[in-house]
Design a protein around this ligand. Structure first.
Ligand SMILES: Nc1ncnc2c1ncn2[C@@H]1O[C@H](COP(=O)(O)OP(=O)(O)OP(=O)(O)O)[C@@H](O)[C@H]1O
Length: 262
């Protein structure tokens, strides 16, 4: 079976800076990946490529058996669910939560026609419900709390029943209860038989839901290590990635890390 995502020798240059530098990464259908790294490591840039929203300066990218650069990205994008702050900020001011989800089915942001298919509205409502924000369907997105917005964004990402789900820092800005609830809900999502191949970007080990199988560690646009989470997520690799001595802890499938020196 060919990989869902196959990135070979990818670099992204802006001026004299390499946002990504010779990254090779392959994601198989039944894998759930975490992309971990410090601020500015290139995580969002990598996810934008995986989402067919950015082309590399160098290298080749295959997404869902299509070649980036040769495929019509407007046909490819509905097969990829993306939850990111950049996408949320591109939503028109005044967009209702329900419209924010339903418009994903049409590959647009912003309600652009009066009537949507009843079936699409029902699916959007069910998704909002399953993420615990069904009662907020009529609220303007901008009036929602950070945690509520994150749930609406994930519902939107799932609207097209994507084959590849990309979550860019879904836990950012959430309080402890919000983070825990998101972690557990995401763990349930990826454990389901029909779950899409999932990639989660984060800076925080506590945000890795149980059930994630692989990890890619990025630093300054380069891969520090990648592979099965049990082999690659080590104190040594984390220390190299974040450039401070770190001690990794694991308990019941959850991770945390602390600096070993002040
Ligand atoms: N258009 C651009 N021109 C120049 N530099 C850019 C551009 N876009 C991003 N960068 C830089 O590229 C680097 C990688 O950015 P990216 O957003 O991919 O990192 P990240 O790992 O997601 O960071 P964070 O964890 O802070 O969100 C950063 O140093 C950023 O400032």
């Amino acid at each position: 079976m060919s990989p869902v995502l196959d990135i070979q020798g990818v670099s992204v240059r802006r001026g004299r800076k390499n946002l990504l530098d010779d990254v090779t990464w392959s994601v198989a259908e039944d894998e759930r990946w975490v992309v971990l790294g410090p601020n500015g490591a290139g995580k969002t840039t990598l996810l934008q490529i995986a989402a067919a929203r950015l082309h590399p300066t160098v290298g080749s990218v295959q997404i869902l058996d299509e070649t980036l650069g040769a495929v019509d990205v407007f046909e490819l994008r509905p097969r990829i669910g993306l939850c990111s702050n950049a996408l949320a900020s591109s939503m028109p001011v005044g967009e209702r939560a329900l419209d924010m989800v339903v418009t994903a089915a049409y590959g647009v942001t912003g309600r652009w026609r009066e009537e949507y298919e009843r079936l699409d509205e029902r699916r959007a409502f069910e998704l909002l419900n399953s993420w615990g924000v069904g009662t907020l369907f009529d609220r303007t997105f901008s009036t929602l709390s950070e945690g509520e917005r994150k749930r609406v964004q994930i519902a939107r990402a799932l609207m097209t029943d994507p084959e590849l789900l990309l979550l860019d820092e879904p836990g950012a800005g959430l309080d402890l209860a919000g983070r825990e609830s998101l972690v557990h809900r995401t763990a349930e999502l990826v454990a389901a038989e029909e779950a899409p191949t999932t990639v989660l970007v984060t800076h925080h080990l506590e945000e890795i839901p149980p059930g994630f199988t692989h990890v890619l560690l990025l630093r300054e646009g380069r891969t520090v290590a990648q592979g099965p989470i049990r082999e690659v997520l080590t104190s040594e690799n984390l220390s190299t990635t974040f450039d401070i001595p770190l001690q990794l802890h694991e308990r019941e499938g959850r991770f945390s890390a602390f600096a070993t020196t002040g």
